[in-house]
Design a protein around this ligand. Structure first.
Ligand code: DQA
Length: 138
């Protein structure tokens, strides 16, 4: 099995921006922990981050993974392009957020991608990615 961990806009700033919300570890450090978790379970993994909406859509369209763990960042809240890209593929996508978006600003309460995702995991910091990966292994 292969999983794609796809991170969207501003997630490259993890560990640098809003440390009280997203923690102090960089995305590279978090990805290294995820890679260890996957390796221990015999799961192949790929990591991709982009600040560009279209690049994220193309990555979804072209993925050869069996499942996608997607933190779309702020695109979650308004990107119909990303929503359509998810709906256009047969590979299941699990939506992830490190923070509890429902405990934050009103605009973060709405996700335009949830409806086309298999499920959503949020509020567990970096472990949101691990829990999402786990959902594919169960
Ligand atoms: C986020 C939550 C989003 O609202 C925000 O725009 C992000 C990160 C999270 O992981 O908690 O960039 O997806």
């Amino acid at each position: 099995m292969k999983l794609l961990f796809l991170n969207g806009v501003n997630l490259n700033r993890t560990g640098i921006r809003e440390k009280g919300v997203y923690g102090t570890q960089t995305l590279e450090e978090i990805n290294a922990e995820i890679a260890k978790f996957c390796k221990a379970r015999g799961v192949d993994c790929e990591f991709f981050q982009s600040n560009l909406e279209g690049e994220l859509c193309t990555k979804l369209q072209e993925t050869d993974a069996d499942g996608v763990v997607l933190n779309a960042g702020a695109y979650t809240h308004y990107s119909y392009a990303l929503r359509d890209a998810i709906a256009s593929i047969s590979v299941p996508v699990v939506e992830v957020h490190m923070s509890n978006v429902h405990a934050r600003e009103e605009f973060r309460h709405k996700s335009v991608i949830s409806e086309v995702c298999r499920g959503t995991i949020l509020g567990f910091g970096k472990n949101s990615y691990i829990l999402a990966a786990e959902s594919f292994i169960l």
